[in-house]
Design a protein around this ligand. Structure first.
Ligand code: NAI
Length: 333
């Protein structure tokens, strides 16, 4: 089987980590015709937008994309590429699994949390205005339709992946109408899934408990803003941005992307950690039902990380991204 897949090549470390992943997938034996689409700060000058229409057209055509990070130019009136992509393609679910990896030292060794973040509304609807020189406002949108959809996604994910508990996370004690509506929808959907335990927690309490007893948590379902913040926290629990994977999934399209940004401070130095993008590629292969190749890559990656001989500086090592990649390729068989 051959696949046409969009590779959104962004800025900073995008080139290095994309090259790593393309070589690894090739070694694992999956034939992909990469439709490479440049995006981000580097295309703004020529094309007038960090997310030109051709990128969206390519994802619409191919249905699946692997995305590297892009830099959104600050203060130039552009909407975030990521927010726009999610909105345009109705990628309503942002999935961020966070599980400890052997060989990566963290304060906890029993973290296995899946963050399911609503991706299309909340304060990210982008409805903001300046009232006067002294004040500005932003509108938080929560709808029944989007809240039920994300709750259903979380419970379906829990069933498919044999998880035990879904936690609905809000600040419904303060945002009574908006978060209250989100919570009502989670409660309603939970009734359709009697085999999964349903629990609720306020987001501030969750944050405290995540850094004390992360093993208590399983699948978390959250509105957009809390999901964004909490998923960086859970990424920190397993070793940081270099190893945190993510996926944006809708009914028609799926875009797999790491949590981290374009890391301009280390761009071009061949020291970026490609692990997060490799894990995204593994999830993408599973989404395509290419389980044998996905498992081979996962096994080789985890072996190298566990051995700890070859690791990038963000994990305390001295190796190059290209050396780490070569070592993984050597171990795929
Ligand atoms: P960042 O994630 O790019 O970097 C934060 C720190 O983590 C830096 O010290 C960086 O070197 C390190 N880091 C990140 N990824 C790494 C990796 N794979 N290997 C080793 N170290 C890594 O966040 P920052 O600095 O806030 O943002 C930089 C740019 O990225 C901004 O323009 C921002 O808009 C953009 N960004 C893009 C995202 C995306 O496209 N999904 C997500 C987040 C930020």
């Amino acid at each position: 089987m051959e696949y046409n897949i969009t590779l959104i090549k962004g800025d900073g470390i995008a080139e290095e980590i994309a090259n790593s992943v393309m070589q690894i997938i090739e070694k694992a034996g999956v034939k992909i015709n990469w439709d490479i689409q440049l995006a981000g700060a580097k295309v703004v000058e020529d094309e007038g937008s960090p997310l030109p229409q051709r990128v969206l057209d390519s994802v619409r055509k191919n249905k699946v994309a692997l995305k590297t990070p892009v830099t959104t130019p600050i203060g130039k009136g552009f909407r975030s590429v990521n927010v726009q992509l999610r909105k345009e393609l109705d990628l309503y679910a942002n999935l961020r699994p966070c599980k400890n990896i052997d060989g990566i030292k963290t304060p906890f060794n029993n973290v296995d949390i899946v963050v399911v973040r609503e991706n299309t509304e909340d304060l990210y609807a982008g409805i903001e205005r300046k009232i006067d020189d002294e004040s500005a406002e932003s509108i938080k949108i929560i709808t029944k339709k989007a809240s039920k959809k994300i709750a259903k996604f979380a419970f379906d994910y829990a069933i498919k992946n044999e998880r035990r508990i879904v936690w609905a996370v809000t600040k419904a004690n303060i945002c009574k109408l908006t978060d209250g509506l989100f919570l009502d929808c989670c409660r309603e959907i939970s009734k359709d899934y009697p085999s999964i335990e349903y629990k609720e927690i306020l987001v501030d309490n969750l944050c405290m408990q995540l850094v004390q007893n992360p093993d208590k948590f399983d699948v978390l379902v959250l509105p957009n803003l809390y999901g964004d913040i909490v998923s960086d926290l859970t990424a920190g629990l397993i070793g940081g941005l270099g190893v945190a994977q993510g996926a944006n999934i809708g009914e028609e399209y799926a875009v797999f992307e790491p949590v981290h940004g374009s890391a301009p401070d280390i761009a071009g130095m061949d020291i970026a950690n490609p692990t997060a993008l490799i894990l995204c590629a593994v999830e993408m292969l599973k989404y395509l039902n290419e389980y044998p190749a996905a498992n081979k890559i996962e096994k080789a990656l985890y072996k190298i990380l566990k051995e700890g001989r070859i690791k990038t500086p963000d994990l305390g090592g001295h190796s190059k991204c290209s050396e780490f990649t070569k070592e993984i390729i050597k171990n795929i068989n």
